[in-house]
Design a protein around this ligand. Structure first.
Ligand code: ZN
Length: 204
C-alpha cells in the first residue's frame, strides 16, 4: 500500500479486482451478477484497450442507452468507473460513481483542463486487469471540462478518489492503462500475474 493511502477514504481501489472475492465473501447472487458483468468487459490483450476513442458527436437515444448499459455493468461489476473502450466502444465517454448509492455520473468528451502540482501514490485496480493492483501516482486535484449526456457543458472540480477515478478513466479513452503509470518493477510483477491468470484460465 502506498505511503499516503490513508488520506483518502475507502474504497481505495479504482476498479476493484477479482482478488476481492477472496477477501470478503460476496453474496452468491451479487457474485454471479459480478461475474456476468466482468464477462462483458474487455480485458488485457484486447487491442481495443490500446486504441484511442473518438469524440462523441450525437447526443441521442442511442447514446443514452449506451450510458445506461455502462452504468448497469459498472454497478454489477462492483466498479467505481467504466470507460466505453472497456466495453469495446470507441467513444470518448465514461461512467463513474465513487459514493455507493449515489447516482451514476457520465462524462462525455472529457478534457483535463487543469491538474494541481500536488501528487499522491495509491494502489489502483482495473476491471480490465483482473487480479492486478499497482501503485499509481496522480495529481490529487483536477478540473475537467466535459459534456453531460444531454450535450450540455459541465465543469467538474474533483479531489482525492474522485479525481483519481476520473484520471484513470480518461487514460482508458487514450488507450493508457495503469501498467503504463506504475514503476518498472510493479509492471513486471503485474505482467507475470496476468500471464499466470491467462495460463490458469487456459488449463481450466
Ligand atoms: Zn480501468
Amino acid at each position: 500500500m502506498a505511503e499516503h493511502a490513508n488520506e483518502v477514504p475507502e474504497p481505495v481501489e479504482v476498479e476493484p479486482s477479482e482478488e476481492d472475492d477472496e477477501q470478503h465473501e460476496l453474496d452468491p447472487e451479487v457474485a454471479a451478477r459480478r461475474e456476468a458483468a466482468l464477462a462483458q468487459i474487455r480485458t488485457f490483450g484486447d487491442p481495443v484497450l490500446r486504441t484511442a476513442a473518438k469524440p462523441v458527436e450525437r447526443f441521442d437515444d442511442e447514446l443514452a442507452q449506451e450510458i445506461a448499459r455502462m452504468g448497469a455493468l459498472m454497478g454489477d461489476a462492483l466498479g467505481v468507473g467504466l470507460a466505453a473502450t472497456q466495453v469495446g466502444v470507441l467513444h470518448r465517454l465514461f461512467v463513474y460513481r465513487v459514493v455507493q448509492g449515489a447516482p451514476v455520473a457520465a462524462l462525455i468528451n472529457p478534457e483535463v483542463e487543469w491538474a494541481g502540482s500536488e501528487k499522491e501514490p495509491m494502489e489502483e485496480g482495473c476491471l480490465s486487469l483482473p487480479g492486478v493492483l499497482v501503485d499509481v501516482e496522480r495529481p490529487i486535484h483536477v478540473r475537467v471540462r466535459a459534456l453531460d449526456p444531454e450535450g450540455e457543458a459541465v465543469l467538474v472540480e474533483a479531489s482525492g478518489l474522485e479525481a483519481r477515478v476520473i484520471q484513470h478513466e480518461i487514460d482508458h479513452l487514450d488507450g493508457v492503462l495503469i501498467l503504463d503509470r506504475t514503476s518498472r518493477e510493479e509492471r513486471k510483477e503485474a505482467m507475470r500475474r496476468l500471464r499466470e491468470i491467462a495460463a490458469a484460465a487456459e488449463a481450466a
